[in-house]
Design a protein around this ligand. Structure first.
Ligand code: BGC
Length: 720
């Protein structure tokens, strides 16, 4: 019997035997991270866990106290924006594989990851959990993550569907976005995740779209997901995102989860049962939900067959975390080959800045991790230098202690408190005095050593769920510190650790070397030390634009961010580089940017276009490593529509490939394009349309550094 038929038969057989109470138990939380099983029929509870950087610590079933055992330390993976900076689909698969194995290893069924919302503004507190401002790059990385996760008989749960692009008013903000933009920018990667990645589960978002809460939206859940995308997987609500029994029941949502422990009172619990018994809601709707849940369970071999076993904290996972961290580092500036450093010349190394010494894994909101270990940059450097260099550490900048320490877990009250600010608004006199002292100490020391590395950036008080940033400025008076240190030691190497762009205003001009690291997982410090000393060659490229300032960002400039109760995405399709490019805006660093310790030359662009039934275009180009060290280049293929019938961005990313090249080595890189590379969402036909006309194929090293281009012509119009 074929597998699908068998699955559906198992489902129907079970469904027939289930009582209404049992079915109701399966479709809502009966614990903070699990539903109710049906023991007599061997249906287990569905166990879920955050999140995107590793499997979260164990909570009590019905309260937010950590269980506190020693068995829930885990592998801490680099955050999603770090992974996206690798532009490496294979690494994305390996990332997913680790996450899936750890999820299974910890006895869970669904991992609440990956976060794939489009990065609309640098201000969004959860950007570090997301991949990119570009839907193509997001989709290309999301699909292998999901496939990797699901290899271990656990389910991915892509989130947050949809248009969840800010934290301010996240529970109640109503997004207005026109149809084309919705499909082309905000739904595109979700479509890939569902149709290509085959994510068994998806999480609805907190916010509203067109006046409807996303977890109750017939348009999103029923029309788009179920009908257009033929989705037969499981739709899970965000924690506390349901507000109405009837709407949720009818929308296509399968499981309601929340943060409170009054499980029987959830909208899809007793209140739903009452509506059914009173005849206001048809039981067939509940059956549909149960079918989807059972189908998910059967796919994970929870009901029949042999389930894969998992692993957590195995050395292989730590190696994978390191491999990703290595490729995620982005070299932003390297005047006169200031980097890599040469250890033989350094007797005394001064390391400045709290981010050199900071553990980030335990913060950020639901993405927090109880990491088995986390190598800080300071430890990474000391490990690398092996005692032969004296490493002096000073704080450099002062981070005030939290305003008020609250014993309760933030998530317990997350539906009442709009946000959980850990940031002090007023800077006390005491803080000012300490900052001056720290700065003076750093400056004095910087005069006396052979080499200085200054680690700054953000932390999870800024890159955090539940709160956005007000601007892109560096906190804790870091600008002043960096300027002053650069004055006495112009060779100082600057390393930024953050999940979102920061303004590097004045000091970037005076600095010679700037390296960017994200929250790079448990081996982040090891990877940074290796990159600083040239054991590895940085190869990451920015998955988001770094604008000069927050107000350059189109969401802020044309659209609204964060808006009030409503937010209007008036910038339309002009998100990220689409806007900066089209309007020739200057940026700090453009999308796709990143340097290497070597250089690459591009030549021989050739294009063979074929149009029979479908579009089939083969683009080939040669790239040569013209420097002295081995390195990886990410070749980016953008397409510019030359005579479009609708507004189109100047160019759009449609393919990319990463190649490793030895010095003097040349490789031919081949891209194949089909109709999907040319389309826009056509509101008239409600389909994507690749219209006939002229297109420029551009091959670049970044969105601004286009090396080769050629015009081709599509003779026919195609829909998809
Ligand atoms: C977040 C989700 C998370 C859930 C469970 C919510 O606050 O938005 O991303 O998976 O909590 O912790």
């Amino acid at each position: 019997m074929d597998k699908m038929k068998q699955t559906e038969e198992i489902i129907e057989e079970l469904l027939e035997q289930l009582t209404l109470d049992e079915k109701i138990g399966m479709i809502h939380g009966n614990g903070l991270f699990q539903t109710k099983g049906v023991e007599r029929l061997h249906i287990p509870p569905l166990k879920m866990s955050d999140g995107p950087m590793g499997v979260r610590n164990e909570f009590e079933k019905d309260n937010w106290n950590s269980v506190g055992n020693t068995d829930d330390f885990v592998t801490y993976l680099p955050c999603n924006s770090a992974l996206a900076a690798t532009w490496n689909r294979k690494l994305a698969y390996r990332f997913g594989k680790v996450l899936g194995e750890e999820t299974r290893g910890r006895g869970k069924d669904v991992i609440l990851a990956p976060g794939i919302n489009i990065i609309r503004s640098p201000a969004c507190g959860r950007n570090f959990e997301y991949l990119s401002e570009d839907p193509y790059l997001t989709g290309q990385m999301a699909v292998p993550i999901i496939k990797g996760i699901q290899k271990s008989d656990v389910s991915a749960c892509v989130k947050h569907f949809a248009v969840n692009n800010q934290e301010t008013n996240r529970l109640c903000v109503d997004v207005e976005v026109e149809e084309r933009t919705l499909h082309e920018i905000y739904l595109a990667a979700f479509k890939e995740a569902i149709m290509e990645g085959k994510s068994h589960a998806i999480m609805g978002a907190y916010n509203l779209l067109k006046g409807e809460h996303c977890c109750e939206s017939e348009f999103l859940l029923h029309h788009i997901l179920r009908q257009e995308w033929n989705y037969d997987g499981c739709i899970i609500s965000d924690w506390g995102a349901v507000h109405d029994t009837k709407k949720a029941a009818k929308s296509g949502l399968d499981v309601e989860m929340s943060v409170t422990n009054n499980f029987d009172e959830y909208y899809m619990a007793e209140p739903l049962k009452k509506e059914i018994l009173e005849g206001n809601i048809d039981e067939s709707l509940i059956n549909e939900k149960v079918r989807n849940i059972l189908r998910l369970m059967e796919r994970l071999h929870m009901l029949s067959g042999k389930r894969a076993r998992g692993y957590y904290n195995i050395p292989k996972h730590q190696e994978e975390a390191l491999a990703i961290a290595r490729e995620s580092i982005v070299l932003l500036k390297n005047e006169n080959n200031r980097l890599p450093l040469c250890e033989d010349k350094i007797k005394k190394l001064l390391v400045i800045g709290e981010n050199a010494n900071k553990i980030h894994s335990n913060g950020g909101g639901s993405a927090e991790i109880k990491a088995l270990y986390e190598i800080s940059p300071l430890m990474g450097l000391k490990k690398r230098l092996g005692g032969n260099t004296e490493v002096i550490y000073v704080n450099g900048y002062y981070v005030e202690p939290k305003m008020e320490e609250n014993d309760a877990n933030w998530q317990e009250t997350s539906l009442e408190d709009a946000l959980l600010s850990n940031r002090n608004k007023e800077i006390s006199l005491e803080t000012k005095v300490i900052r001056d002292l720290y700065l003076k100490e750093a400056v004095e020391q910087a005069k006396r050593v052979d080499e200085v590395i200054l680690f700054g950036g953000l932390n999870h008080d800024y890159d955090s769920e539940g709160i956005d940033r007000d601007d892109m400025k560096l906190p804790y008076d870091q600008d002043r510190l960096i300027q002053e240190v650069l004055k006495v030691n112009p060779n100082t190497v600057i390393v930024m650790v953050a999940g979102s762009p920061v303004e590097m205003g004045e000091w970037i001009k005076n600095s010679k070397a700037v390296m960017w690291s994200w929250y790079a997982g448990m081996e982040g410090g090891t990877a940074l030390a290796e990159a600083l000393f040239g054991d590895i060659n940085p190869s990451g490229k920015l998955p988001v634009t770094f604008p000069n300032q927050l107000n350059d960002c189109p969401a802020h400039l044309i659209g609204e961010y964060p808006g009030g109760k409503k937010v209007s995405y008036r910038e339309g399709i002009q998100v990220g580089y689409r806007y900066y490019d089209t309007h020739q805006m200057d940026t700090q660093f453009c999308f796709g940017y990143g340097l290497s310790y070597t250089e690459f030359a591009y030549k021989n662009l050739s294009i063979i276009a074929n149009e029979n039934e479908d579009v089939s275009i083969t683009v080939s180009v040669e790239t040569t490593n013209i420097g002295c060290v081995e390195g990886s280049e990410i070749l980016q293929l953008y397409i510019a529509s030359k005579n479009a019938s609708v507004e189109r961005p100047l160019k759009e990313l449609k393919e990319f490939q990463k190649v490793l090249l030895k010095p003097n080595e040349t490789k031919e890189v081949i891209f194949t394009l089909d109709r999907k590379a040319f389309g826009f969402y056509d509101v008239n036909t409600k389909q994507f349309k690749a219209e006939s006309g002229r297109y420029e194929i551009c091959i670049g090293s970044s969105s601004k550094d286009i090396r080769l281009q050629k015009i081709i012509e599509l003779n026919n119009t195609y829909y998809y």
